[in-house]
Write a protein that binds this ligand. Structure first.
Ligand code: S3P
Length: 445
């Protein structure tokens, strides 16, 4: 592994990816990132001891875990995905000694901003180069309407300085964007608010916060796209089993779909209806995906997913699927590049403010590989089915871009060099090993 550092002082990691496949065997990808974050947050605020199995030992979820340790919560592990959280109760957090560094993790920062707005102490949230450019007014503006006092940097970006001791009032918020992070932030602030806090979403987004709050014995009402709770209650510790992350499984779903002869089983994957856009979109493109042994584990639906090679065709992606597949577009662009005909994505402007500008960064990389892609303000038009070439692409520190190009290489005519891959460790620390185990041809330079 190269030990040189990039501009942000992070270790530079380069992948060399070559054609491969078929993609075969059985794998269990790491735990769901969204659920792992929430397990720490709610476990810390609960009364009693919460045990978590299947916790994602990736940098993002660990950033949340460390933040709660810094606020006086005794957390054992993680050890092989097992974490034991000795909850301090809803008002038991202590002032951290310094700023809480949340690394690359937007989920940590946005959810914590709501939770910390309700504390008696001041706090400061910081992050890495990418997180420091991401928009935070989407949470600070509604939190201010509840009575929170939060300062951002100019431009509404981190760091966030949150004043302790604010008196929060419940309110009803009509969210201008479909964002589970905003919804969750406000519901967490609502735990500390006077009266009812209600959030209305313009389209359904992942509902792990609502489900898990209920798992901790906290009543949440959901009526169509309105979720609400009353402040002032308590959380009771519980046991959590985190399913494998469908967002990580997605790389393998596309890999198996595009490599002739593939037959892959992805084990114990979370198939929450608010997360299965990637399955719906791939099926509409002609993918051969079967859900087996569907079951419910700790309030979340889970299945084993069998994926076999199938020729894909381009489609117009239905806009209602966009929030349900929001993290999967980098790899869906690769599926589109391998599909016969035109794929059109619209209504996905949120992709421009993820860990990187995913529309631009994917378009830049795919063009290097000779793929016909035109980025638009809110999506892209990809004319697939032509051969993919080799070349050098840059992931801009975005884990999902790096892994998406590793999938593209399976079908490429030449070697793809992928720069700036260190952040794969934020969500999928053992990606290289699992990928090579099922038929990728990947090296770390
Ligand atoms: C997440 C919500 C999504 C997603 C992110 C995780 C969450 O963000 O992109 O990776 O855990 O709530 P938005 O809700 O901002 O779209």
């Amino acid at each position: 592994m190269s030990a040189s550092n990039n501009a942000q002082g992070e270790q530079a990691v380069t992948y060399i990816a070559q054609s491969g496949g078929p993609i075969e065997g059985s794998v269990r990808v790491p735990g769901d990132k969204s659920i792992s974050h929430r397990s720490i947050m709610l476990g810390a605020l609960a009364k009693g001891t919460t045990t978590v199995e299947g916790f994602l030992e990736g940098e993002d979820a660990l950033a949340t875990l460390n933040a709660f340790r810094s606020m006086g919560v005794n957390i054992e592990g993680p050890e092989q995905g097992r974490v034991i959280i000795h909850g301090v109760g809803i008002n038991g957090l202590q002032a951290p000694e310094g700023p809480l560094d949340l690394g690359n993790s937007g989920t940590s920062m946005r959810l914590l901003s709501g939770l910390l707005a309700g504390q008696s102490f001041d706090s400061e949230l910081t992050g890495d180069g990418s997180l420091s450019t991401r928009p935070m007014r989407r949470v600070t503006v509604p939190l201010a309407q509840m009575g929170a006092e939060i300062e951002t940097a100019e431009g509404g970006t981190p760091p966030l300085r949150i004043k302790g001791g604010a008196v929060l009032k419940g309110f009803e918020y009509d969210m201008p964007i479909a964002s589970a992070q905003v919804k969750s932030c406000l519901l967490l602030a609502g735990l500390y608010a006077d009266g009812e806090t209600a959030v209305i979403e313009p389209a359904p987004t992942r509902d792990h916060t609502e489900r898990m709050l209920r798992g901790f014995g906290y009543q949440v009402s959901v009526n169509a796209q309105r979720a609400s709770l009353l402040g002032g209650g308590q959380l009771q510790s519980t046991e959590i089993e985190v399913p494998a992350d469908i967002s990580s499984a997605a790389f393998f779903m596309v890999a198996a779909s595009i490599c002739p002869g593939s037959d892959l089983l992805l084990e114990h994957v979370g198939i929450n209806p608010t997360r299965i856009g990637v399955i719906n979109i791939l099926k509409a493109m002609g993918a051969d995906i079967e859900l087996l042994n569907s079951r419910e584990v700790g309030g979340e639906p889970v299945a084993d997913i069998r994926v076999r090679y199938a020729p894909l065709k381009g489609i117009s992606i239905p806009e209602d699927q966009v929030p349900l597949a929001i993290d999967e577009f980098p790899v869906l662009f690769i599926a589109a590049a391998c599909a016969e005909g035109k794929t059109v994505l619209t209504g996905a402007e949120e992709l421009r403010v993820k860990e990187s500008d995913r529309i631009q960064v994917m378009a830049d990389g795919l063009k290097v590989l000779g793929v016909d892609i035109e980025p638009t303000e809110d999506g892209a038009v990809i004319c697939g089915g032509q051969s993919i070439g080799g070349g050098e692409v840059v992931s801009h520190g975005d884990h999902r871009i790096a892994m998406a190009f590793a999938v593209a290489a399976l079908r490429a005519g030449g070697k793809i060099t992928i720069r700036d891959c260190a952040n794969v460790a934020t969500s999928f620390p053992n990606f290289i090993a699992l990928a090579n185990q099922v038929g990728f041809n990947l090296l770390v330079e």
